[in-house]
Design a protein around this ligand. Structure first.
Ligand code: UDP
Length: 332
């Protein structure tokens, strides 16, 4: 396929930066937009056009789209902490929902017709059945989930009004790992995610790793999640982008279809490092469902997506490599 002109919003974030890298290495013209609120300028190649720009700047985005003859927008820019969304819902609706609306308004004006949207398993809430299929009723349980769910709704309505528009929304489960060459990886502040926090305790950056809840109704009492490697997640975006057609309104889960408990991830990290990790058992973190894992049959069948990093040790190894070589993250 010919190279495409792609705008990546949130391109300096954890997931966006891995998308930028893969799209650039494939020979596409990649333009990066990020307000650098939580993103890192150093996570993107200097050679690429970069705009420090907020999603609220509709007219500026419209000009960027036109100036670079953008064919497709991959939209990663968002706030992503569930707990923070409960404390500060308005900021989540402003960034995630109003931000997407502003971006779509700019795209409409610039006649850009292809959109890949980072959605989330948080739009499902706590479904009674696992594995979770795309068809299950969505009932988010926090503002973060609702803020993304609303964008899914907006996309459906907009797509119906504009038959040439086509979008794919990818509902992520848990994303972990780093690029295989360890050049980019995860650098959040604060870091709330499981895999980096286990590694921080292993490397002495944190005193200990805390297991949030050991009394869940799961085989070992800890929460179960579906962890997908960042590079596999990105390969799904590229497949989705290439498959997009006029009028497409697609929703796909992105998980590997297997759940791992917190203890299993901890054990796998200890095996990967060959060391015991100082751990304490803590109380449940509020809002954590016991068990979430995906059925990703739909994307595997329809787009031929095949995750390559299905051994969790392999995923953890890439994260370990990144944190060992970047003890202070991007250092900014
Ligand atoms: N978790 C934990 N200790 C930590 C961070 C996370 O026990 O320091 C647990 C958390 O309670 C959840 C799972 O690990 O059950 C995954 O959490 P994460 O924040 O990585 O992703 P989420 O599932 O909340 O999107």
């Amino acid at each position: 396929m010919d190279s495409m002109n792609i705008l990546v919003t949130g391109g300096a974030g954890y997931i966006g930066s891995h998308a930028v890298k893969a799209l650039y290495e494939e020979g596409n013209q990649v333009v990066v937009l990020d307000n650098l609120f939580r993103g890192h300028r150093k996570s993107i190649p200097d050679a690429l056009p970069f705009y420090q720009c907020d999603l609220a700047e509709t007219e500026r985005i419209q000009s960027i789209l036109l100036d670079h003859s953008i064919d497709v927008v991959m939209h990663f820019a968002a706030l992503t902490y569930v707990g923070e969304s409960v404390q500060q819902p308005l900021i989540y609706y402003r960034n995630n929902t109003a931000g997407a609306l502003s971006l779509l308004t700019a795209m409409d004006a610039a006649k850009v017709k292809r959109f890949i949207f980072s959605s989330t398993a948080a739009t499902y809430g706590e479904p009674e059945e696992v594995p979770i299929r795309e068809t299950v009723q969505q009932q988010p349980i926090n503002p973060y989930g609702w803020s993304k769910w609303m964008v899914e709704r907006i996309l459906l309505d907009y797509c119906r009004s504009n038959p040439q528009f086509g979008f794919t929304a990818l509902r992520y489960f848990n994303v972990a790992g780093a690029s295989s060459d360890a050049s980019i990886g995860e650098d959040h502040d604060p870091e709330t995610h499981l895999v980096p926090n286990i590694i921080f305790a292993a490397l002495g950056k944190n005193d200990q790793f805390k297991i949030f809840g050991t009394d869940y109704p799961t085989p070992d009492g800890t929460c179960i999640r579906d962890y997908v490697h960042i590079e596999d997640l990105i390969s799904a975006h590229i497949l989705a982008m290439k498959a997009l057609k006029d009028g497409d309104q697609k929703f796909y889960n992105l998980g590997i279809g297997r759940g791992y408990s917190v203890r299993e991830i901890l054990n796998a990290t200890e095996e990967t490092l060959g060391a015991k990790i100082p751990t304490i058992q803590d109380v449940r973190r509020s809002g954590d469902p016991a068990m979430l894992y995906a059925s990703s049959e739909k994307i595997q069948k329809e787009l031929g997506w095949k995750p390559l990093h299905t051994d969790v040790h392999d995923m953890i190894q890439t994260a370990v490599q990144w944190h060992k070589t970047h003890p202070n993250g991007y250092g900014d």
